[in-house]
Design a protein around this ligand. Structure first.
Ligand SMILES: C[S@@+](CC[C@H](N)C(=O)[O-])C[C@H]1O[C@@H](n2cnc3c(N)ncnc32)[C@H](O)[C@@H]1O
Length: 193
């Protein structure tokens, strides 16, 4: 299944954002693991695999996504059949109990984190994500809104994460509500040491 023209353009912009601001912080690896939490239908799967593979000079990149919505997980599986990605129908607050998933991820990605929708749940999702990173790993989030981004960063810092950068995406596509746009903000964080 291919992406709609709008979304395909969002992916071009996201790729540029990741190459410019995330790639310089990636460690070179023979293989790399990405965990995409609350991934929805994971429009960004191919973009993430491409950027991490090229910039970390990794021969093999494995992406695992998780979301609680079955319809989105089925769409993600269908559209990424050829990428070797894996999509789990899982509550991201409970992934510490998921033995096969393991940890040691090089990147934990949360696109359009939804902190406003339930701060307590999202704090747990953030905490789980940080615990899944290896020592050099990066947590990368994007946000639709200014205020929600700020609140998410504050919550992550309270969990001990260190903000490497937080950047407004000046070319993000505007959406239905005022102040909402696609990948409006990007932040890169490291886990507590
Ligand atoms: C704003 S949407 C973003 C979806 C996707 N990352 C994107 O950018 O299109 C938030 C997502 O969080 C997921 N979600 C909310 N609570 C969750 C939980 N406890 N575990 C896993 N996913 C969750 C929702 O199902 C939804 O897909």
């Amino acid at each position: 299944m291919s992406l709609s023209p709008d979304i395909a353009e969002d992916m071009i912009r996201l790729e540029a954002l990741l190459r410019g601001h995330v790639a310089p912080h990636l460690k070179t690896k023979a293989d790399a693991r990405i965990l995409d939490l609350a991934c929805g239908r994971c429009d960004e799967a191919e973009t993430l695999i491409k950027v991490v593979g090229q910039e970390a000079k990794a021969d093999k990149v494995k992406l695992i996504g998780a979301d609680i919505r079955i319809r989105e997980i089925l769409q993600a599986r269908e559209r990424t059949e050829k990428l070797g990605a894996e999509f789990l129908l899982e509550d991201a607050t409970k992934l510490t109990q998921h033995k096969q998933l393991g940890d040691e991820f090089d990147m934990v990605f949360l696109r359009h984190q939804n902190y406003w929708n339930g701060p307590e749940v999202w704090k747990k999702i953030f905490d789980t994500g940080l615990a899944k990173l290896n020592d050099d790993g990066l947590m990368v989030i994007t946000s639709y809104f200014d205020k929600e981004h700020q609140l998410a960063l504050e919550a992550l810092q309270k969990l001990g994460a260190k903000v490497v950068l937080s950047k407004r995406n000046e070319v993000s596509r505007g959406l239905d509500s005022p102040g909402k746009s696609v990948d409006r903000w990007l932040a890169v964080l490291k886990k507590p040491v």
